[in-house]
Design a protein around this ligand. Structure first.
Ligand SMILES: [Zn+2]
Length: 96
Protein backbone atom coordinates (compact mmCIF):
# COMPACT_ATOMS: atom_id res chain seq x y z
CA UNK A 1 0.00 0.00 0.00
CA UNK A 2 2.75 2.42 0.90
CA UNK A 3 4.57 1.65 -2.35
CA UNK A 4 1.90 2.89 -4.72
CA UNK A 5 2.58 6.62 -4.37
CA UNK A 6 6.25 5.92 -5.10
CA UNK A 7 5.37 4.09 -8.30
CA UNK A 8 3.02 6.87 -9.33
CA UNK A 9 5.74 9.37 -8.64
CA UNK A 10 8.13 7.44 -10.85
CA UNK A 11 5.54 7.25 -13.60
CA UNK A 12 5.02 10.99 -13.40
CA UNK A 13 8.75 11.61 -13.62
CA UNK A 14 8.91 9.43 -16.74
CA UNK A 15 5.95 11.25 -18.28
CA UNK A 16 7.55 14.59 -17.55
CA UNK A 17 10.78 13.42 -19.15
CA UNK A 18 8.89 12.16 -22.20
CA UNK A 19 7.02 15.45 -22.50
CA UNK A 20 10.25 17.38 -22.27
CA UNK A 21 11.80 15.15 -24.92
CA UNK A 22 8.89 15.63 -27.33
CA UNK A 23 8.89 19.38 -26.72
CA UNK A 24 12.56 19.45 -27.62
CA UNK A 25 11.85 17.35 -30.72
CA UNK A 26 9.33 19.87 -32.04
CA UNK A 27 12.11 22.05 -33.33
CA UNK A 28 13.59 19.19 -35.35
CA UNK A 29 12.29 17.24 -38.33
CA UNK A 30 11.45 14.36 -35.96
CA UNK A 31 8.22 16.16 -35.05
CA UNK A 32 6.86 16.11 -38.61
CA UNK A 33 3.28 14.87 -38.86
CA UNK A 34 3.15 11.99 -41.34
CA UNK A 35 0.96 12.47 -44.41
CA UNK A 36 -2.31 10.67 -43.59
CA UNK A 37 -3.77 10.14 -47.08
CA UNK A 38 -3.05 7.58 -49.81
CA UNK A 39 -3.76 10.08 -52.58
CA UNK A 40 -2.18 13.27 -53.90
CA UNK A 41 -3.41 16.28 -51.90
CA UNK A 42 -3.81 18.39 -55.04
CA UNK A 43 -5.11 16.03 -57.72
CA UNK A 44 -6.48 13.31 -55.37
CA UNK A 45 -4.87 10.76 -57.68
CA UNK A 46 -3.07 7.74 -56.20
CA UNK A 47 0.44 8.70 -55.13
CA UNK A 48 2.18 5.96 -57.05
CA UNK A 49 5.58 4.56 -56.23
CA UNK A 50 7.57 7.80 -56.23
CA UNK A 51 5.53 10.63 -54.73
CA UNK A 52 6.91 14.15 -54.27
CA UNK A 53 7.28 14.79 -50.54
CA UNK A 54 7.44 18.21 -48.92
CA UNK A 55 7.12 19.37 -45.33
CA UNK A 56 5.04 22.45 -44.70
CA UNK A 57 4.92 23.86 -41.14
CA UNK A 58 5.61 20.45 -39.63
CA UNK A 59 3.12 18.62 -41.82
CA UNK A 60 4.39 16.13 -44.35
CA UNK A 61 2.67 16.50 -47.72
CA UNK A 62 2.80 13.97 -50.55
CA UNK A 63 1.97 14.82 -54.13
CA UNK A 64 1.80 12.65 -57.22
CA UNK A 65 3.90 14.85 -59.52
CA UNK A 66 5.84 18.07 -59.95
CA UNK A 67 2.84 19.93 -61.37
CA UNK A 68 0.87 19.25 -58.19
CA UNK A 69 3.88 20.28 -56.11
CA UNK A 70 3.92 23.66 -57.87
CA UNK A 71 0.18 24.06 -57.33
CA UNK A 72 0.59 23.23 -53.65
CA UNK A 73 3.40 25.75 -53.27
CA UNK A 74 1.26 28.44 -54.86
CA UNK A 75 -1.41 28.11 -52.16
CA UNK A 76 -0.32 25.81 -49.32
CA UNK A 77 -2.92 27.17 -46.88
CA UNK A 78 -5.74 26.09 -49.18
CA UNK A 79 -4.43 22.55 -49.47
CA UNK A 80 -3.64 22.28 -45.78
CA UNK A 81 -7.25 23.19 -45.08
CA UNK A 82 -8.32 20.47 -47.49
CA UNK A 83 -6.03 18.00 -45.73
CA UNK A 84 -7.49 18.84 -42.34
CA UNK A 85 -10.99 18.46 -43.72
CA UNK A 86 -10.14 15.08 -45.23
CA UNK A 87 -8.64 13.87 -41.96
CA UNK A 88 -11.52 15.34 -39.95
CA UNK A 89 -14.05 13.29 -41.88
CA UNK A 90 -12.65 10.15 -40.29
CA UNK A 91 -12.29 11.46 -36.75
CA UNK A 92 -14.42 14.41 -35.80
CA UNK A 93 -12.91 15.31 -32.50
CA UNK A 94 -13.02 18.81 -31.10
CA UNK A 95 -9.46 19.84 -31.72
CA UNK A 96 -8.64 23.15 -33.28
ZN1 LIG B 1 0.08 15.37 -59.61
Amino acid sequence: MARRPELLGLGRALLAAAAAASAAAETTTAAVQPYPLAVCLVSREPLGSAPRVVVHEGQEIKLCCGACLRRFERDPAFYLKRLRAAVGEGAQDGGR
